[in-house]
Design a binder for this molecule. Sequence first.
Ligand code: H2U
Length: 356
Amino acid sequence: MAQFDLKDHSHRRYNPLTGEWIQVSPHRSKRPWQGQVEKTGGAELLAFDPACYLCPGNVRANGEVNPTYTSTYAFTNDFAALVEDVPAGEFRDSDLLLAKSEAGICRVICFSPRHDLTVAEMDAAGIRSVIDLWIEEYNQLGKNKNIQYIQIFENKGAVMGCSNPHPHGQIWAQQSIPAEPAKKQQHQLDYFKRKGVTLLADYQVLEQKHQERIVFENDHFIVVVPFWAVWPFETMIVPKRAMARITEMTEAERNAFADAYRRMAARYDNLFEVSFPYSAGIHQAPSDGEAHAEWHWHMVFYPPLLRSATVKKFMVGYEMLANPQRDITPEFSADRLRSLSDTHFKQHIVSEIPKP
Ligand code: H2U
Protein backbone atom coordinates (compact mmCIF):
# COMPACT_ATOMS: atom_id res chain seq x y z
CA MET A 1 0.00 0.00 0.00
CA ALA A 2 1.22 3.53 -0.83
CA GLN A 3 2.58 5.77 1.91
CA PHE A 4 0.05 8.14 3.51
CA ASP A 5 0.08 11.51 1.73
CA LEU A 6 -2.04 14.53 2.69
CA LYS A 7 -2.35 15.41 -1.01
CA ASP A 8 -3.87 12.10 -2.05
CA HIS A 9 -5.43 10.24 0.81
CA SER A 10 -8.56 10.64 2.87
CA HIS A 11 -7.76 12.04 6.30
CA ARG A 12 -9.05 14.06 9.24
CA ARG A 13 -7.45 17.33 10.30
CA TYR A 14 -7.53 18.78 13.80
CA ASN A 15 -8.40 22.37 14.57
CA PRO A 16 -6.39 23.16 17.71
CA LEU A 17 -8.31 26.43 18.22
CA THR A 18 -11.70 24.74 18.54
CA GLY A 19 -10.84 21.10 19.22
CA GLU A 20 -12.90 20.01 16.21
CA TRP A 21 -12.00 17.72 13.34
CA ILE A 22 -12.60 18.07 9.62
CA GLN A 23 -12.72 15.33 6.98
CA VAL A 24 -10.47 16.00 3.95
CA SER A 25 -11.05 13.91 0.80
CA PRO A 26 -8.46 15.06 -1.76
CA HIS A 27 -8.93 11.95 -3.92
CA ARG A 28 -12.39 13.30 -4.88
CA SER A 29 -10.97 16.42 -6.49
CA LYS A 30 -8.18 15.43 -8.78
CA ARG A 31 -9.52 17.89 -11.36
CA PRO A 32 -11.31 20.51 -9.27
CA TRP A 33 -11.64 23.11 -12.03
CA GLN A 34 -13.52 21.03 -14.60
CA GLY A 35 -16.87 22.56 -13.59
CA GLN A 36 -18.40 25.86 -14.54
CA VAL A 37 -16.17 28.90 -14.39
CA GLU A 38 -18.69 31.48 -15.59
CA LYS A 39 -18.64 35.02 -14.30
CA THR A 40 -21.77 36.74 -13.12
CA GLY A 41 -21.61 40.42 -13.83
CA GLY A 42 -23.68 41.60 -10.88
CA ALA A 43 -25.73 44.77 -11.00
CA GLU A 44 -23.86 48.05 -11.47
CA LEU A 45 -24.26 50.03 -8.28
CA LEU A 46 -24.64 53.77 -7.87
CA ALA A 47 -22.12 55.70 -5.73
CA PHE A 48 -25.15 57.08 -3.88
CA ASP A 49 -28.46 55.20 -3.79
CA PRO A 50 -31.43 57.29 -2.64
CA ALA A 51 -33.21 54.07 -1.58
CA CYS A 52 -30.33 52.74 0.56
CA TYR A 53 -30.84 52.96 4.31
CA LEU A 54 -27.08 53.11 4.91
CA CYS A 55 -26.17 55.94 2.49
CA PRO A 56 -25.41 59.37 4.02
CA GLY A 57 -28.42 61.63 4.56
CA ASN A 58 -30.98 58.86 3.93
CA VAL A 59 -33.84 57.84 6.19
CA ARG A 60 -33.62 54.49 7.97
CA ALA A 61 -36.53 52.10 8.59
CA ASN A 62 -37.25 53.62 12.01
CA GLY A 63 -37.46 57.16 10.59
CA GLU A 64 -34.01 58.30 11.77
CA VAL A 65 -31.88 60.20 9.28
CA ASN A 66 -28.24 59.23 8.76
CA PRO A 67 -25.81 62.14 9.01
CA THR A 68 -24.07 63.16 5.80
CA TYR A 69 -21.01 61.22 6.91
CA THR A 70 -17.85 61.36 4.78
CA SER A 71 -15.82 58.45 6.15
CA THR A 72 -17.35 55.82 8.48
CA TYR A 73 -20.56 55.82 10.51
CA ALA A 74 -21.85 53.62 13.35
CA PHE A 75 -25.35 53.38 14.77
CA THR A 76 -27.32 51.03 17.01
CA ASN A 77 -29.18 48.46 14.92
CA ASP A 78 -32.83 49.43 14.53
CA PHE A 79 -33.76 45.72 14.55
CA ALA A 80 -31.23 44.58 17.13
CA ALA A 81 -31.07 40.88 18.00
CA LEU A 82 -29.67 41.79 21.42
CA VAL A 83 -31.03 44.67 23.45
CA GLU A 84 -29.93 46.22 26.74
CA ASP A 85 -33.16 46.34 28.69
CA VAL A 86 -33.85 42.63 29.21
CA PRO A 87 -35.10 41.62 32.66
CA ALA A 88 -32.43 39.43 34.27
CA GLY A 89 -33.75 35.94 34.81
CA GLU A 90 -33.44 32.24 34.33
CA PHE A 91 -35.78 29.39 33.42
CA ARG A 92 -34.89 25.95 34.65
CA ASP A 93 -36.77 22.68 34.94
CA SER A 94 -34.48 19.89 36.14
CA ASP A 95 -31.11 19.80 34.35
CA LEU A 96 -32.69 19.54 30.93
CA LEU A 97 -34.72 22.67 30.30
CA LEU A 98 -32.50 25.68 30.83
CA ALA A 99 -32.64 29.26 29.57
CA LYS A 100 -31.01 32.50 30.70
CA SER A 101 -31.78 36.10 29.82
CA GLU A 102 -29.18 37.69 27.56
CA ALA A 103 -28.66 41.43 27.23
CA GLY A 104 -26.54 43.09 24.59
CA ILE A 105 -26.03 45.85 22.05
CA CYS A 106 -25.96 45.52 18.26
CA ARG A 107 -24.22 48.13 16.15
CA VAL A 108 -24.16 48.64 12.40
CA ILE A 109 -20.89 49.98 10.97
CA CYS A 110 -20.92 51.75 7.60
CA PHE A 111 -17.48 51.33 6.06
CA SER A 112 -17.73 54.16 3.53
CA PRO A 113 -20.20 56.78 2.27
CA ARG A 114 -19.82 55.17 -1.17
CA HIS A 115 -22.63 52.70 -1.87
CA ASP A 116 -20.76 51.06 -4.74
CA LEU A 117 -17.50 50.11 -3.01
CA THR A 118 -16.50 47.06 -1.01
CA VAL A 119 -13.38 46.52 1.10
CA ALA A 120 -11.82 44.94 -2.01
CA GLU A 121 -12.04 48.28 -3.83
CA MET A 122 -11.60 50.71 -0.94
CA ASP A 123 -8.18 52.24 -0.41
CA ALA A 124 -6.01 51.36 2.58
CA ALA A 125 -6.74 54.74 4.25
CA GLY A 126 -10.50 54.06 4.07
CA ILE A 127 -10.04 50.59 5.54
CA ARG A 128 -7.79 52.03 8.24
CA SER A 129 -10.74 54.27 9.25
CA VAL A 130 -12.91 51.16 9.61
CA ILE A 131 -10.27 49.56 11.85
CA ASP A 132 -10.04 52.72 13.96
CA LEU A 133 -13.82 52.71 14.35
CA TRP A 134 -13.81 49.02 15.36
CA ILE A 135 -11.24 49.88 18.07
CA GLU A 136 -13.26 52.87 19.23
CA GLU A 137 -16.43 50.76 19.39
CA TYR A 138 -14.60 47.96 21.22
CA ASN A 139 -13.34 50.45 23.82
CA GLN A 140 -16.75 52.07 24.25
CA LEU A 141 -18.79 48.85 24.39
CA GLY A 142 -16.18 47.21 26.63
CA LYS A 143 -16.72 49.88 29.30
CA ASN A 144 -20.24 48.55 29.81
CA LYS A 145 -20.21 46.24 32.84
CA ASN A 146 -22.89 44.09 31.21
CA ILE A 147 -20.76 43.36 28.13
CA GLN A 148 -18.40 40.38 28.25
CA TYR A 149 -17.78 39.72 24.59
CA ILE A 150 -17.73 41.87 21.46
CA GLN A 151 -18.12 40.16 18.10
CA ILE A 152 -17.05 42.30 15.14
CA PHE A 153 -18.05 40.87 11.76
CA GLU A 154 -18.74 41.55 8.12
CA ASN A 155 -21.37 39.60 6.24
CA LYS A 156 -20.88 40.25 2.53
CA GLY A 157 -23.02 39.26 -0.45
CA ALA A 158 -26.65 38.30 -0.99
CA VAL A 159 -25.70 34.61 -0.88
CA MET A 160 -24.67 35.17 2.75
CA GLY A 161 -28.01 36.77 3.58
CA CYS A 162 -26.58 40.28 3.52
CA SER A 163 -29.48 42.67 3.04
CA ASN A 164 -27.67 45.56 1.40
CA PRO A 165 -24.59 45.90 -0.86
CA HIS A 166 -23.56 49.17 0.83
CA PRO A 167 -20.21 48.28 2.49
CA HIS A 168 -20.98 47.63 6.12
CA GLY A 169 -20.41 45.30 9.02
CA GLN A 170 -21.92 44.67 12.39
CA ILE A 171 -20.90 44.41 16.02
CA TRP A 172 -22.84 42.30 18.49
CA ALA A 173 -21.79 42.85 22.08
CA GLN A 174 -23.26 40.71 24.85
CA GLN A 175 -23.27 39.40 28.39
CA SER A 176 -21.94 35.90 27.64
CA ILE A 177 -19.07 34.56 25.58
CA PRO A 178 -20.69 32.92 22.53
CA ALA A 179 -19.88 29.40 21.35
CA GLU A 180 -17.02 29.90 18.82
CA PRO A 181 -14.92 32.35 20.86
CA ALA A 182 -15.60 30.26 23.98
CA LYS A 183 -14.11 27.17 22.32
CA LYS A 184 -11.12 29.18 21.12
CA GLN A 185 -10.64 30.67 24.56
CA GLN A 186 -10.53 27.24 26.20
CA HIS A 187 -8.08 25.77 23.70
CA GLN A 188 -5.79 28.79 23.71
CA LEU A 189 -5.80 28.81 27.50
CA ASP A 190 -4.92 25.10 27.69
CA TYR A 191 -2.11 25.65 25.19
CA PHE A 192 -0.75 28.75 26.93
CA LYS A 193 -0.70 26.97 30.30
CA ARG A 194 1.25 24.08 28.81
CA LYS A 195 3.70 26.04 26.63
CA GLY A 196 3.85 29.58 27.99
CA VAL A 197 3.35 30.98 24.49
CA THR A 198 0.21 31.61 22.43
CA LEU A 199 -1.08 28.83 20.20
CA LEU A 200 -1.07 31.11 17.15
CA ALA A 201 2.51 32.25 17.81
CA ASP A 202 3.66 28.64 17.58
CA TYR A 203 1.32 27.92 14.65
CA GLN A 204 2.91 30.75 12.66
CA VAL A 205 6.36 29.27 13.11
CA LEU A 206 5.09 26.06 11.52
CA GLU A 207 3.40 27.88 8.65
CA GLN A 208 6.60 29.85 7.98
CA LYS A 209 8.51 26.56 7.91
CA HIS A 210 6.11 24.85 5.49
CA GLN A 211 5.21 27.96 3.42
CA GLU A 212 2.55 26.07 1.43
CA ARG A 213 -0.49 27.55 3.19
CA ILE A 214 0.74 31.16 3.35
CA VAL A 215 -1.16 33.38 0.90
CA PHE A 216 0.93 36.49 1.63
CA GLU A 217 2.39 38.41 4.51
CA ASN A 218 3.42 41.95 5.38
CA ASP A 219 5.58 43.36 8.18
CA HIS A 220 3.04 42.65 10.91
CA PHE A 221 0.58 40.04 9.62
CA ILE A 222 0.59 36.62 8.03
CA VAL A 223 -2.39 35.47 5.92
CA VAL A 224 -2.90 31.71 5.67
CA VAL A 225 -5.41 29.14 4.58
CA PRO A 226 -5.42 27.35 7.94
CA PHE A 227 -4.32 23.71 8.01
CA TRP A 228 -7.80 22.96 9.41
CA ALA A 229 -9.81 25.19 7.01
CA VAL A 230 -13.41 24.09 6.48
CA TRP A 231 -14.58 26.44 3.71
CA PRO A 232 -12.90 25.94 0.32
CA PHE A 233 -11.11 29.30 0.38
CA GLU A 234 -11.18 30.02 4.09
CA THR A 235 -8.36 32.28 5.30
CA MET A 236 -7.10 33.75 8.53
CA ILE A 237 -5.22 37.02 9.12
CA VAL A 238 -2.93 36.57 12.12
CA PRO A 239 -0.85 39.29 13.78
CA LYS A 240 2.80 38.30 13.99
CA ARG A 241 2.94 39.68 17.54
CA ALA A 242 0.77 38.02 20.18
CA MET A 243 -1.99 40.47 21.17
CA ALA A 244 -5.19 39.63 23.00
CA ARG A 245 -7.25 42.42 21.41
CA ILE A 246 -7.25 44.71 18.39
CA THR A 247 -7.01 47.68 20.77
CA GLU A 248 -3.37 46.73 21.42
CA MET A 249 -2.21 47.42 17.86
CA THR A 250 0.41 50.10 17.23
CA GLU A 251 -0.06 52.67 14.45
CA ALA A 252 2.11 50.57 12.13
CA GLU A 253 0.12 47.44 12.95
CA ARG A 254 -3.21 49.16 12.26
CA ASN A 255 -1.90 50.21 8.84
CA ALA A 256 -0.55 46.75 8.14
CA PHE A 257 -3.89 45.21 9.15
CA ALA A 258 -5.69 47.54 6.71
CA ASP A 259 -3.23 46.45 4.02
CA ALA A 260 -3.81 42.74 4.74
CA TYR A 261 -7.63 43.13 4.81
CA ARG A 262 -7.67 45.03 1.50
CA ARG A 263 -5.29 42.64 -0.24
CA MET A 264 -7.19 39.56 0.90
CA ALA A 265 -10.55 41.02 -0.17
CA ALA A 266 -9.08 41.97 -3.59
CA ARG A 267 -7.66 38.49 -4.11
CA TYR A 268 -11.05 37.01 -3.27
CA ASP A 269 -12.78 39.19 -5.88
CA ASN A 270 -10.07 38.28 -8.40
CA LEU A 271 -10.56 34.54 -7.87
CA PHE A 272 -13.79 34.34 -9.91
CA GLU A 273 -13.89 38.00 -11.00
CA VAL A 274 -17.00 38.74 -8.97
CA SER A 275 -17.74 40.53 -5.74
CA PHE A 276 -16.80 37.58 -3.54
CA PRO A 277 -19.24 36.74 -0.74
CA TYR A 278 -18.04 35.83 2.72
CA SER A 279 -18.62 36.09 6.42
CA ALA A 280 -15.56 37.50 8.10
CA GLY A 281 -14.92 38.49 11.67
CA ILE A 282 -12.48 39.03 14.47
CA HIS A 283 -12.02 36.63 17.33
CA GLN A 284 -10.39 38.26 20.32
CA ALA A 285 -10.26 38.20 24.12
CA PRO A 286 -13.45 38.89 26.07
CA SER A 287 -13.97 42.43 27.36
CA ASP A 288 -14.12 41.25 30.96
CA GLY A 289 -11.33 43.36 32.42
CA GLU A 290 -8.85 40.46 32.46
CA ALA A 291 -5.55 40.50 30.53
CA HIS A 292 -6.02 37.14 28.76
CA ALA A 293 -2.38 36.52 27.85
CA GLU A 294 -3.50 33.25 26.20
CA TRP A 295 -5.50 35.06 23.52
CA HIS A 296 -3.94 35.85 20.13
CA TRP A 297 -6.59 37.77 18.19
CA HIS A 298 -7.13 36.94 14.53
CA MET A 299 -9.56 37.61 11.71
CA VAL A 300 -11.23 34.74 9.86
CA PHE A 301 -12.88 34.71 6.43
CA TYR A 302 -15.46 32.02 5.67
CA PRO A 303 -16.42 32.27 1.97
CA PRO A 304 -18.94 29.78 0.56
CA LEU A 305 -17.86 29.73 -3.11
CA LEU A 306 -16.22 26.56 -4.37
CA ARG A 307 -15.74 26.38 -8.12
CA SER A 308 -17.17 29.52 -9.64
CA ALA A 309 -19.24 32.62 -8.99
CA THR A 310 -22.33 30.47 -8.56
CA VAL A 311 -21.16 27.04 -7.43
CA LYS A 312 -20.89 27.11 -3.67
CA LYS A 313 -20.10 24.57 -1.05
CA PHE A 314 -23.10 23.17 0.79
CA MET A 315 -22.79 22.37 4.46
CA VAL A 316 -25.39 19.60 4.31
CA GLY A 317 -25.77 15.85 4.78
CA TYR A 318 -22.64 14.45 6.41
CA GLU A 319 -21.55 17.92 7.46
CA MET A 320 -24.76 18.65 9.35
CA LEU A 321 -24.84 15.20 10.85
CA ALA A 322 -21.20 14.33 11.45
CA ASN A 323 -18.49 16.94 10.81
CA PRO A 324 -17.34 19.31 8.06
CA GLN A 325 -15.72 17.84 4.97
CA ARG A 326 -13.75 19.27 2.05
CA ASP A 327 -12.33 17.92 -1.19
CA ILE A 328 -9.73 20.45 -2.38
CA THR A 329 -6.94 20.67 0.15
CA PRO A 330 -6.10 23.86 2.04
CA GLU A 331 -2.69 23.74 0.33
CA PHE A 332 -4.34 23.76 -3.10
CA SER A 333 -6.55 26.71 -2.12
CA ALA A 334 -3.58 28.66 -0.75
CA ASP A 335 -1.73 28.06 -3.99
CA ARG A 336 -4.67 29.45 -6.00
CA LEU A 337 -5.04 32.51 -3.77
CA ARG A 338 -1.29 33.11 -3.75
CA SER A 339 -1.18 33.16 -7.55
CA LEU A 340 -3.71 36.03 -7.74
CA SER A 341 -2.98 39.74 -7.94
CA ASP A 342 -3.56 42.17 -5.05
CA THR A 343 -4.88 44.69 -7.58
CA HIS A 344 -8.63 44.47 -8.05
CA PHE A 345 -9.66 43.05 -11.44
CA LYS A 346 -11.84 46.09 -12.21
CA GLN A 347 -8.73 48.26 -12.08
CA HIS A 348 -7.06 45.97 -14.62
CA ILE A 349 -10.13 46.29 -16.85
CA VAL A 350 -10.02 50.10 -16.60
CA SER A 351 -6.31 50.21 -17.40
CA GLU A 352 -6.82 47.94 -20.41
CA ILE A 353 -9.34 50.30 -22.05
CA PRO A 354 -7.31 52.20 -24.69
CA LYS A 355 -7.30 55.96 -24.23
CA PRO A 356 -9.05 57.85 -27.05
P1 H2U B 1 -27.10 42.80 7.03
O1 H2U B 1 -27.02 43.39 5.68
O2 H2U B 1 -25.94 41.90 7.30
O3 H2U B 1 -28.43 42.14 7.24
O4 H2U B 1 -26.99 44.02 8.08
C1 H2U B 1 -27.73 45.19 7.96
C2 H2U B 1 -28.32 45.50 9.31
O5 H2U B 1 -28.91 46.79 9.25
C3 H2U B 1 -29.42 44.54 9.71
O6 H2U B 1 -29.03 43.86 10.87
C4 H2U B 1 -30.02 46.82 10.08
C5 H2U B 1 -30.64 45.44 9.96
O7 H2U B 1 -31.30 45.08 11.13
N1 H2U B 1 -30.91 47.92 9.65
C6 H2U B 1 -31.12 48.99 10.50
O8 H2U B 1 -30.60 48.99 11.62
N2 H2U B 1 -31.87 50.05 10.07
C7 H2U B 1 -32.49 50.09 8.86
O9 H2U B 1 -33.11 51.08 8.53
C8 H2U B 1 -32.45 48.92 7.96
C9 H2U B 1 -31.52 47.82 8.36
